[in-house]
Design a protein. Structure first.
Length: 255
């Protein structure tokens, strides 16, 4: 099986001690494609180094994470724009709005989200959306920016069936990860009503490890637990889930 992890922070400090072993373990399981979201400029060199180490497996995004939209966000957006002009990236992400931790930069988050949507359109790239306690605010902006050239992934989708359908209506795939295995995750109760053509797999490693590893550091190999769960939900063989979701990722990222 060829399996694609559409969202993994493998450059994170959490993997400092065993990054190579983690990646090799994933590759051995068939997880051969890793799409790597950005956070802010302080992580750019680590991302580039990861790509240099695994050029056949690592595919980078560029963007400013909403929780890192602070006083200097204009300078950070300039960095995003400069990097997009310099070299190839496969998405603008992760971007969006996060009102869980801090609402004081809400206006700036809105501005940064809109600016980066514009950059994605300019470079003909998908967006990868981070949304926490902000579905309504995200959808308001997606409605404003709606166009044929706006598409991407709703990363770590945790919403309702109605919100899932609304996201799909905005040309977004749903990024499904460890939350689908949680007893209180809820998305497993309706996901079979969403066609597999709208689903991609992700870990969000080192965050949101699936059951039975919940609470521990997430890693690439744990994507197999998500694959098992989706196979059970859809009553489709794991190989078919892997093939369909990888094809969906190719549709989004163009590779």
């Amino acid at each position: 099986m060829l399996i694609t992890d559409t969202h993994s922070h493998l450059y994170s400090e959490a993997f400092e001690a065993d990054r190579d072993a983690i990646i090799q373990k994933g590759i051995a399981l068939g997880i051969e494609r890793y799409f790597i979201p950005a956070i802010d400029s302080t992580y750019t060199e680590a991302m580039l180094e990861l790509e240099r180490s695994y050029p056949d497996h690592i595919f980078l995004m560029m963007g400013l994470h909403p929780t890192h939209v602070k006083e200097d966000f204009d300078r950070e957006l300039e960095h995003v724009e400069a990097m997009l002009n310099q070299r190839k990236f496969y998405a603008v992400g992760e971007i969006g709005i996060d009102l869980y931790w801090d609402k004081s930069f809400f206006k700036q988050q809105q501005h940064a989200f809109k600016k980066q949507i514009g950059l994605a359109k300019e470079h003909k790239l998908p967006i990868v959306i981070h949304s926490r306690d902000s579905f309504d605010e995200i959808f308001d902006i997606l409605e404003e920016e709606k166009s044929e050239d706006l598409f991407g992934i709703f990363h770590c989708f945790t919403g309702t069936l109605e919100q899932a359908k609304r996201a799909i209506g905005h040309n977004m795939k749903l990024g499904i990860g460890g939350v689908v295995t949680f007893k209180n995750g809820k998305i497993d109760t309706f996901l079979d009503q969403i066609d597999l053509s709208h689903i991609v797999l992700e870990t969000d490693a080192p965050y949101l490890a699936p059951a039975p590893f919940r609470g521990k550091r997430n890693e690439s190999a744990y994507l197999m637990e998500v694959l098992h769960k989706l196979s059970d939900i859809y009553q489709v063989p794991e190989a078919d889930i892997a093939r369909i979701t990888t094809d969906n990722s190719r549709e989004i990222f163009g590779i």
